[in-house]
Design a protein around this ligand. Structure first.
Ligand code: TMP
Length: 228
């Protein structure tokens, strides 16, 4: 295990600092945690409450992101962890420039399936790239903007693998990595949770309706306190 996985990630203020009217929500968790399903139910709930919502994801929210997803994830090209991180970061910069900042400026709620925390957990803790460097590059790519609220779906690698297999069959991306990799990624997420009060943890093994309800409550509370 890389030595930095034993360290706590540096504390970052919970106050989201961005000057925009809109709200940035991210959903995080290891593969198989159920992010996509939650994203869609949160979307429906916010639409019902008459918010203007933009759904997006990393990678894949931009043209570059789609290409990157194909190369890194679908074609399974071997890649140095630093290169992998820089490619995800390049996509992040493009995503912010083309989609996230315009939507926040317009006053929309942006819900993104993954963002910078994935890089800390996967490339940082999972693959051993220095998390402090990752944080610096992420901040650059994101113009210093932090999500207002992050929902972290907590699940063990074993449980996630079972779910992933049920949903995607045996050739899962989860099988490409050993158990230790997923354990390190979970440690990364837990350190992020401990250091950022914007991150709200939900037990992903609870029934979907409960997960969706809890997530909506966190978001609704944020929106209420923000507008009061
Ligand atoms: P997904 O679209 O099914 O969530 O898959 C995206 C994969 O990309 C997932 O395994 C996590 C990984 N990823 C990183 O390793 N670093 C990143 O910065 C991001 C955004 C995703």
């Amino acid at each position: 295990m890389p030595s930095h996985t034993k360290e706590r990630f540096p504390t970052v203020s919970s106050q989201a600092h961005h000057p925009f009217k809109g709200t940035l929500i991210t959903i995080e968790g290891i593969d198989g945690a159920g992010k996509s399903v939650l994203l869609h139910s949160l979307h429906q709930a916010l639409i019902r409450a008459r918010y203007s919502v933009v759904l997006t994801k990393e990678p894949g929210g931009t043209h570059i992101g789609k290409m990157l997803k194909k190369v890194l994830l679908e074609e399974e090209k071997e890649c140095d962890p630093r290169v992998e991180f820089l490619l995800f970061a390049a996509d992040r910069a493009e995503h912010f420039q083309k989609l996230v900042i315009p939507a926040l400026t317009h006053g929309d709620i942006v819900i993104s399936d993954r963002m910078a925390d994935s890089a800390v957990a996967y490339q940082g803790y999972g693959r051993g790239v220095d998390p402090h460097l990752i944080q610096t590059v992420n901040r650059f790519a994101m113009h210093g903007i932090e999500p207002d609220i992050t929902i972290y779906l907590r699940i063990s690698p074993d449980e996630a693998r079972k779910r992933f297999m049920q949903r995607h069959g045996t050739q899962s991306t989860m099988e490409r990595e050993g158990k230790e990799f997923w354990e390190r990624v979970v440690i990364g997420y837990e350190h992020l949770v401990a250091s950022h009060s914007r991150i709200h943890t939900i037990d992903a093994t609870l029934p979907l309706e409960t997960v969706a309800y809890e997530a909506y409550e966190h978001v609704a509370h944020f929106l209420r306190t923000r507008s009061s």
